[in-house]
Design a protein around this ligand. Structure first.
Ligand SMILES: Cc1ncc(COP(=O)(O)O)c(C=O)c1O
Length: 405
């Protein structure tokens, strides 16, 4: 059976990670993998996480099975953290959630859930989008269409194009939107744009699927979810995924949330939705690991740990904002006439450089700078010592363009 798998072509993002791992240059710059690195280049473990782990280990974490819905205390915490404790959806108990092995699994389970109810629904995804995200919907059997979002070569948010494309959505189509710190562009919607988007959703009868993977990395822990909170009040039903990987720095522990928010007045039986969600998850991967979810619950249910976590996340965000500022200034001073203001305007981990795929390859071969093929750059992995190389490399690309023109 297995010999039919021959010359299997690696996924381009995985292939990049393989090349990066093989590169022995001590000065190589990894702006590919989506983790936060501090000024010394380390992926730090938050003190709040260390203390929570210590408390859990002293108490002794149970090891027996949980339900496929996972750690329900974690679910309640993340629902509140995302929507706000007083949100009408929580007050009216219009939400059912599962704790999943990260938001990746939540997206996959959400896609399965939707497709089993409505196989004719199309998924609408931004162009560009995090490449791996589409696989979750594709493998669930959904048709995928893209909507205009960001013009990379001109660094412009195409909100008009987005609205125009989304007017083509049909009832029960699924609209995938990143709640904050869009991956890969860092380009987010403002308050007014969220409202306009909610209008299109209501008019078309589409169902939003909001994915939040970077709460606290953009403008603030509360600010980053303001759009989602607003949206959730305006639209009748939606799906929500939340990742704890980045906000708590627990990438490999795998903790995330999948929520289904149901309409208040169409007769939905919420208990049946809960059971169907439980069964969907069980059929996909049986059950999630608990360690990451237990850490997050320990933090969010212990006031002193929550305070510490908020402070540490604020520090991470300030570091990212500072890196964005330094990069913009350095790029502009080395390349007179080049407007790098988009780097400061955008939020969170990523921005895309306005270069082609060939130029991105050149950065890798000549300067050992690694980023995704679409020139997605992890600004949150940069440190100030790398600025000179980055700026030199970018100036080289611009000079090569000019001499070729
Ligand atoms: C937008 C988005 N959603 C979901 C995920 C998946 O995160 P997790 O590690 O929780 O699976 C990522 C990870 O990079 C992401 O960027």
């Amino acid at each position: 059976m297995f010999k039919q798998i021959q010359n299997y072509k690696s996924d381009p993002i995985e292939a990049l990670f393989d090349r990066l791992a093989k590169d022995t240059d001590p000065a190589k710059i990894d702006l590919g993998i989506g983790v936060f690195r501090d000024e010394s280049g380390k992926v730090p473990i938050m003190q709040a996480v260390r203390r929570a782990e210590q408390r859990l280990s002293e108490r002794g974490l149970p090891k027996s099975y949980l339900s496929p819905l996972g750690n329900t205390a974690y679910c309640a915490d993340i629902e509140k953290l995302t929507l706000g404790a007083e949100h009408p959806i929580l007050r009216d108990a219009r939400i059912v959630s599962a704790q999943t092995p990260g938001a990746g699994s939540a997206l996959r389970a959400g896609a399965e859930f939707v497709n089993s109810l409505s196989p004719e629904s199309t998924l609408w995804a931004s162009q560009p989008i995090w490449g791996h995200q589409l696989e979750f919907f594709d493998k669930a059997g959904m048709d995928i269409r893209s909507y205009r979002y960001y013009d990379q070569q001109n660094a412009v948010f195409d909100f008009e194009g987005m609205l125009e494309d989304l007017k083509g959505m049909c009832r029960n189509d699924i609209l995938l939107v990143h709640g904050c710190c869009h991956n890969p562009t860092g380009q987010d919607l403002n308050h007014q744009q969220w409202l306009q988007l909610a209008d299109v959703v209501k008019k078309t009868g589409a169902i939003p699927f909001i994915d939040i993977a970077y709460q606290g990395f953009g403008e603030g822990i509360e600010e980053d979810v303001a759009g989602v909170r607003l949206f959730a009040e305006c639209v009748p039903q939606m799906l929500l995924t939340v990742s704890s990987s980045k906000s708590f720095g627990i990438y490999r522990e795998r903790a995330g949330l999948l929520s289904i928010i149901v309409s208040a007045d169409d007769g939905t039986d919420i208990q049946s939705v809960r059971l169907k969600l439980r069964d969907t998850v069980r059929q996909l991967y049986f059950m999630a690991p608990d360690h990451g979810a237990a850490i997050v619950h320990e933090i969010l249910s212990t006031p002193e740990l929550e305070r510490l976590w908020r402070q540490e996340l604020d520090e991470i965000r300030h570091h990212i904002i500072e890196m964005r500022h330094l990069l913009r200034k350095a790029l502009e001073s080395a390349n007179p006439g080049f407007d790098a203001s988009f780097i400061e305007r955008q939020h969170g981990m990523f921005s895309c450089l306005p270069i082609t795929e060939n130029e991105q390859q050149l950065l890798e071969h000549k300067y050992h700078i690694y980023m995704l093929p679409n020139a997605r750059m992890n600004v949150a992995a940069m440190n100030s010592k790398q600025l000179d190389t980055l700026v030199q490399a970018f100036a080289f690309i611009r000079a090569s363009r000019e001499s070729a023109a």
